[in-house]
Every structure is written in C-alpha cells, then in structure tokens.
Design a binder for this molecule. Structure first.
Ligand code: F6P
Length: 358
C-alpha cells in the first residue's frame, strides 16, 4: 500500500478542498493508497505535529467549501526559511530537513497543490530526490503549461458580479468607477472580468498604460452621452515609464511584496467626472468554487494520483483544451503565463471599443 502526502501552498483559492477531496477519494477507491494531509504548506514539513491522515470520512462535505482544510502559507519557502535564533531572525535553507521529513513520514509521493512559487519549490525538491507531483492553483491564472488553473473562473465570476453592482450606482451618480482586481504579473482576471462585466477601460500588467488615453476615452464617452464609466485595473498594472504599486516590500523570509494602490492612483488622475474607487481584494479569493472549478479540481486531484500510480514523478497535471495532461515541473518553473496583447481576447475587447490605455 502506497502512502501519499498532500499540501496546499501559497495563497488560497476556491477549489483547493475539491482537489484534496478528489485525491483522497481516488486514492481510496481506485488505488487503496493512504493519504497524509500536511498542514500549512511547507511549514508542515518543517515544524512538528502538523500532519494527519485523511480518510474519505474526514473529507466529507468539503467539495463546495472555499479555502483549504489543510491551511496554507506563502511564507514557508524551505530554501529561504525564516527562523528565530537567540531572539534574532535569520534565513536558513531547510530543504534537506524537508526531504528527511518526507522519508520519515514514509511518503512514496508528495502532491504539492500550489501556484508558481510553491511549484518552483516542488521542482527544486524533486531535483534533490523528493518524489513530488504538482497541481496548479491560483486565481491569477498565470501558471505556464496549463490553459487554466482552478480558482480563476470563480474569481472572475465574483469580480463580474461586483461590476454588475457598480454599474447601477455609477449610472445613477454619473460616476467613473475604478475597480482594482488581483493579478500580480498577469491581467487575466482584469481582462475577463472587464469583458464579462462591460468595462470601458481595462488596465493590465502586460500593457503599460498612458493615463492620457484613459482620460480621453472617458471624455469621448461623456461627449457621446454616456452617464457612467467602469475602469478595471489589475493590481500589477503599470503606467508607461512608471513602477508597480507596492503596499509592502518583500519580507525577510523571501515572501513576495504586497501589491496595491494602483486603483487609487488611476482614480486620482481622472478629472472628467466624479470618481469612486473599489479595491476588491481577497473577496476574489474566498467563497465556494463555481461548477467549472469544482470539475477541474476533481479532474486535477484524481489525475495527480494517477501520475503517482504511473510513477510519473516530477510532473504537474494540466489542462490542454478539453484534456487533462501533464508536464514536467521544470517547464512550469520557467516563468509566468501572460495575456497575449496582440491577439485573442485583448483584440476582441479593442474591437468593441474597450480601451487598454494605449
Ligand atoms: O497570487 C494570488 C494572489 O491573490 C495575488 O493576486 C495577490 O497579489 C496575492 O495573492 C495576495 O497575497 P496575500 O494573500 O499574501 O495578500
């Protein structure tokens, strides 16, 4: 009987529990494997007493629940792990300890459900001999080699519902509503939400924007008799020649800087009408996964167990068209999946008059 570990790393997103459920069910029903849940991401492989056996009984009812029953953190990179010694903080490489822990738990494989950061860590651990299999998650949809990640469609749905609500109040007050959505390096949420929610301007990290062009668009719409404007801004959007807006710098433990503030900056530059700014923030990460994400999560979880059974370690499950496939983790660690700016949805959006600040 094989024993497999599972952890959720990085920011949470809707569908994590659905993946965990599918792993436990498939391991039990199809293979008779035992599953060990590791708590709080890679912290669970560094700190004591953070593992528990997951049975089909213990995962009952979690398909529809947001977040992760295992807990997660984006501050536990084993290669840059923050420890406190004699009252002082220092950063250590604890990757060998993590590998020893995986062995001492008797794990034949470790499923890492994570975004680009966690999958990169998984890839490095695999190179050191740890039997890792990856499952891609993030609301940002910026992971290479998969058409889509689970969590993304739920986030787009949540943000679109927010736009629907903002339209009516914007129209009543003749206002410009600026909506800041998540998306650090890629503007997938802003792009799809903007199109689905009928935005007039969409600003994404892939297209540095000219504020003059944004204001011109708003002025033209006003002249044509439009009473309101919706501007969707990804948190990682950057003005031409400017810098990304940061709330907090990177922390000592290597965790990423916190983005935020671009919505207010854009709002303060618009003088054509009264402006209100909404920052959607973590609302986009919470709540129950939509049907698409529940299905994709189930496919990813079950396929990750199949990869282990087929001894295809060092790979990540992915969606290509309608098919669940797999790719080497090393392919995923090469960068981020950006929005193409000269084809596809951006061009469709421009053809119906949506402005990207260019
Ligand atoms: O990567 C997912 C994400 O939601 C980003 O869009 C966002 O910048 C970040 O996580 C926020 O992280 P935290 O939960 O640490 O604020």
């Amino acid at each position: 009987m094989k024993r497999i570990g599972v952890l959720t790393g990085g920011g949470d997103c809707p569908g994590l529990n659905a993946v965990i459920r599918a792993i436990v069910k498939s391991a039990s029903v199809k293979y008779n494997y035992e599953v060990v849940g590791i708590e709080d991401g890679f912290d669970g492989l560094v700190l004591p007493n953070k593992t528990r056996v997951l049975t089909p009984w213990s995962i009952r009812g979690i398909l529809t629940i947001g977040g992760t029953i295992l807990g997660t953190t984006n501050r536990a990179n084993p290669f840059e792990y923050k420890v406190t010694k004699d009252g002082k903080s220092e950063v250590r490489n604890v990757s060998q300890e993590v590998i020893k822990k995986v062995r001492s738990l008797g794990l034949d494989a470790l499923i890492v459900i994570g975004g680009d950061g966690s999958l990169h860590i998984g890839c490095e651990l695999f190179k050191m001999g740890c039997p890792v299999v990856g499952v891609p998650k993030t609301i940002d949809n910026d992971i290479l080699a998969t058409d889509v990640t689970f969590g993304f469609n739920t986030a787009v749905q949540t943000a679109t519902e927010a736009l629907d609500r903002l339209h009516t109040t914007a129209e009543s007050h003749h206002r410009v509503m600026v909506v800041e959505v998540m998306g650090r390096y890629a503007g997938w949420i802003a792009l799809k939400t903007g199109i689905a929610g009928g935005a007039d301007v969409i600003l994404i990290p892939e297209i540095p924007f000219d504020m003059g062009k944004v204001c011109q668009k708003i002025a033209e719409r006003k002249k044509a008799g439009n009473r309101s404007n919706i501007v969707v801004v990804a948190e990682g959007a950057v003005p031409i020649g400017g810098k990304v807006s940061i709330l907090c710098d990177s922390a000592l433990d290597g965790s990423a800087e916190r983005l935020g503030g671009i919505g207010h900056k854009v709002g303060s530059c618009i003088t054509e009408a009264e402006v209100r700014v909404t920052v959607l923030g973590h609302v986009q990460r919470g709540g129950s996964p939509c049907a698409f994400d529940r299905i994709l999560s189930t496919q990813f979880g079950a396929s990750a167990v199949d990869l282990i059974a087929e001894k295809r370690l060092g790979e990540m499950v992915c969606l290509r068209g309608q098919r669940i496939e797999s790719v080497p983790l090393s392919e995923v660690a090469k960068g981020q999946k950006k929005v193409p700016t000269e084809e596809g949805l951006v061009k469709t959006a421009e053809s119906i008059g949506i402005n990207f600040g260019r």
